[in-house]
Design a protein around this ligand. Sequence first.
Ligand SMILES: NC(=O)c1ccc[n+]([C@@H]2O[C@H](COP(=O)([O-])OP(=O)(O)OC[C@H]3O[C@@H](n4cnc5c(N)ncnc54)[C@H](OP(=O)(O)O)[C@@H]3O)[C@@H](O)[C@H]2O)c1
Length: 252
Amino acid sequence: MIFSLANRTALVTGASRGLGRVIAVALAQAGAHVIVNGRDAGRLAPVVQAIKEAGGSARACAFDIADGEAREHALADLEAGDIAVDILVNNVGRRHRGPVSEIDHGAFLALVDADLAAPYTLTRALLPGMIARGSGRIINICSIAGPRARANDAAYTAAKGGLAALTRAMAMEFAPHGILVNGIAPGFFATETNEAMTRDPKVQRFVEEHIPLGRWGEPHEIAGAAVFLASDAASYVNGHILTVDAGLSVSF
Ligand SMILES: NC(=O)c1ccc[n+]([C@@H]2O[C@H](COP(=O)([O-])OP(=O)(O)OC[C@H]3O[C@@H](n4cnc5c(N)ncnc54)[C@H](OP(=O)(O)O)[C@@H]3O)[C@@H](O)[C@H]2O)c1
């Protein structure tokens, strides 16, 4: 029962595929009504259908989280429908690999806008409702990139490091209102976006040599962390970044 999300509504950004989809399905299985977000309504429909077919409750809410006007319209629609979001999962994360010399100011800002500024703005928009209800959960999907770094990934690493810092800062500020803010830092997960990397022998060698379990994470292996942080089981967990990487980031 401590993991039950009955009578709660969750908004999961970037839930049409990958980790966001898995998180949306898992929150629904735990009893939440789930609003699945992505930019394309057509790609969200099968997720909503899968949740409903499994006995859960869901609706789609298509908008680009980095587009201020679209975001405001979508949130106004939810409010007009009297839908209060109890759990926000900021899952969208763009990546733009390349050396600093090739990622110009505009490209850097576009990435930071989607990965850091949009979670800030989305949280800010949902905050008054959470404060009024005296409860809420924010879960930011960070990364082991942030506290750790690899070459040719500066913008993403900076944005994800910033998102972890934002998680801690918001956790301090919102706790008096009963709102808990935590993050999840995934390691190497075999999502659609990483498909080419999973077939790259060089990457595979790195995975086998450096990840203590010697393999990629399966997307479903992120689900438990999200359900935990959204549920009463985590009622005293705040400002924490839960790393889910099979021990990669603590190995040497
Ligand atoms: N996979 C990993 O190994 C890994 C490791 C560490 C951290 N992470 C983090 O985990 C999160 C999920 O990763 P993933 O691999 O599952 O990502 P993904 O497969 O690339 O999925 C991204 C999702 O976000 C949606 N999306 C992209 N831009 C959007 C926007 N501007 N507005 C609304 N929706 C948008 C996409 O749908 P549409 O294209 O239909 O909009 C899709 O549903 C990201 O934050 C990523 O940085 C992943």
